[in-house]
Design a protein around this ligand. Structure first.
Ligand code: SF4
Ligand code: SF4
Length: 187
């Protein structure tokens, strides 16, 4: 991922507001309510650490790959918000930080296409989601999955090798009976 020019004027960019950032007093009371901090034990993957990084960027620090990674690792679950005695609107902060990131980085073409496919064509459409579920089920129940894993082809496809084992096991009654019905509106 290439960061674009860091000297561009960010004044008009959608970004975390100073008043929201200033509410954080760095007390750390939110840390134990954060799943990424509890899992990774890294300050930079805690709410306090992410706010600290947002402040740095707000003060003119470049948007680095490391910053993007720490902000993207946030689950946006807002567990930290309820634990915060200062009323920090963390959800609003992380949404703004992500909006700012999208304006200043250039993702690789493959990633841009994948994100467009998933967010604009797959998730909002029940029909597409069902089709993807059918394809995933075919992949999992035929010999294709075993063949793909054994062939080592995934290792040559970047992060797909990490993501593939995380795909949910598709159960026909669950996927075709519940996925979408009542959750995703008809299109
Ligand atoms: S977000 Fe709230 S709880 Fe967490 S460090 Fe800042 S002030 Fe403390
Ligand atoms: S919203 Fe992000 S920072 Fe806050 S608790 Fe959830 S994962 Fe942690």
């Amino acid at each position: 991922m290439a960061a674009s020019s860091q000297n561009r004027d960010r004044e008009e960019a959608d970004r975390p507001q100073q008043a929201d950032l200033d509410r954080c007093v760095h007390c750390g009371l939110c840390l134990n309510s954060c799943p990424t901090y509890r899992e990774l034990h890294l300050e930079m993957d805690s709410p306090r650490g992410r706010i600290y990084q947002m402040v740095q960027v707000s003060n003119g620090a470049p948007i680095t790959e490391s910053y993007v990674e720490h902000i993207e690792l946030c689950l946006a679950c807002r567990g930290c918000e309820t634990a915060c005695p200062s009323g920090v609107k963390y959800g609003r902060l992380v949404e703004a930080a992500r909006a700012e990131i999208e304006q200043w980085i250039q993702r690789p073409l493959g990633m841009r296409l994948l994100r467009k496919l998933v967010f604009e064509h797959l998730l909002p459409r029940r029909g597409s989601l069902r089709l993807a579920g059918a394809a995933l089920r075919l992949y999992q129940t035929s010999r294709m999955q075993r063949w793909v894993r054994a062939s080592g082809v995934l290792k040559r496809m970047g992060r797909l090798a990490e993501i593939e084992p995380l795909a949910p096991q598709v159960e026909t009654p669950f996927f075709f009976g519940h996925m979408g019905s009542g959750v995703y509106p008809e299109r």
